[in-house]
Write a protein that binds this ligand. Structure first.
Ligand SMILES: [Zn+2]
Length: 284
């Protein structure tokens, strides 16, 4: 979960370029919808990040089809937009999860329900395939009306610590469990918003698994820090240093920063328990 910068691009210029690149019937339909799409863009910008209850634009069925087609059947300007959105280093890692590579564009407001935002750059969020698939076409919680997912381009991720991970050694295995806790000073509504994002994207499980995978790669460094003198404090210090680097780069709630902090405080792990993360994958 993290905020990303908006792409500096004129949304109507993009719209016009895509319309011009389309064949005649769809070009005409997009141009006929232009006024309403422009209004919808303005409403989106005014409401953001609370875009969950925007009215749908009054487009004809043909116009809606043309708008979706503008995204799904790519023209050169749409390919350029996709490339420009995805090629930025700042979004290379999926902002919804903070785990995987951004390989797709997620429509924050789904194009089925809101075809007017089908090629709106501010509605297109670089995303990994897993998050994009899990998010589906959902926007609002029907019971509470809270938006189900963070909008990485508009929602500010709170600096208060809300992500925690428990680490414990069980027999010779390291067990991780991630969860969210509401810090003092965070409203219930903000917390509900974070919780649904976390739950629906399956982040507890994904952080747990990728955390163990990550630690496997760190094993040699942990082993070196421990050294022949079996210095648990050096292991803890190394983990704290790593946590500080992660926090500086990605904020206090970054899942790897949390993991490093928790492990640094786990005496059993630092005192040789890290052997549990060693990967025995090479043939002996
Ligand atoms: Zn993701």
């Amino acid at each position: 979960m993290r905020s990303i910068p908006l792409l500096a691009v004129d949304a109507m210029r993009v719209f016009d370029a895509i319309a011009t690149a389309k064949h005649a019937p769809r070009r005409a339909r997009m141009r006929a919808a232009r006024e309403r799409v422009l209004e919808a863009y303005e409403a989106y910008e005014q409401a953001a990040p609370e875009v969950g209850d925007l009215n749908e634009a009054a487009l004809t069925d043909h116009q809606k089809e043309a708008m979706r087609h503008a995204f799904t059947v790519e023209t050169a300007p749409m390919t350029d937009l996709r490339g420009n959105l995805l090629k930025r280093v700042s979004v290379a890692r999926c902002p919804f999860c903070g785990i995987s590579e951004s390989s797709t564009l997620d429509h924050y407001l789904p194009k089925e329900q809101y075809p007017e935002f089908s090629v709106f750059p501010k509605n297109l969020v670089p995303s990994c395939a897993m998050c994009n698939t899990r998010k589906r076409d959902r926007v609002l919680d029907e019971g509470t009306d809270v938006r189900l997912f963070l909008h990485p381009c508009f929602d500010a991720i709170p600096d208060l610590a809300f992500l925690t991970v428990r680490t414990r050694m069980e027999e010779d295995a390291l067990v991780l469990s991630y969860r969210l806790t509401r810090p003092a000073g965070m409203t219930v509504r903000t917390f509900q918003h974070l919780q649904s994002h976390f739950r629906l994207l399956g982040l507890a499980d994904r952080y747990r698994l990728m955390g163990l995978e990550h630690l496997g790669g760190q094993y040699p460094a942990l082993r070196r820090a421990y050294g022949a003198g079996e210095d648990a404090e050096r292991v803890a210090n190394k983990l704290i240093e790593g946590a500080e680097d992660f926090e500086e780069a990605a904020g206090p709630n970054y899942w790897l920063a949390k993991l490093y902090r928790a492990l640094a405080a786990n005496d059993d792990f630092c005192d040789g328990g890290f052997e549990a993360v060693r990967v025995h994958s090479r043939p002996q």
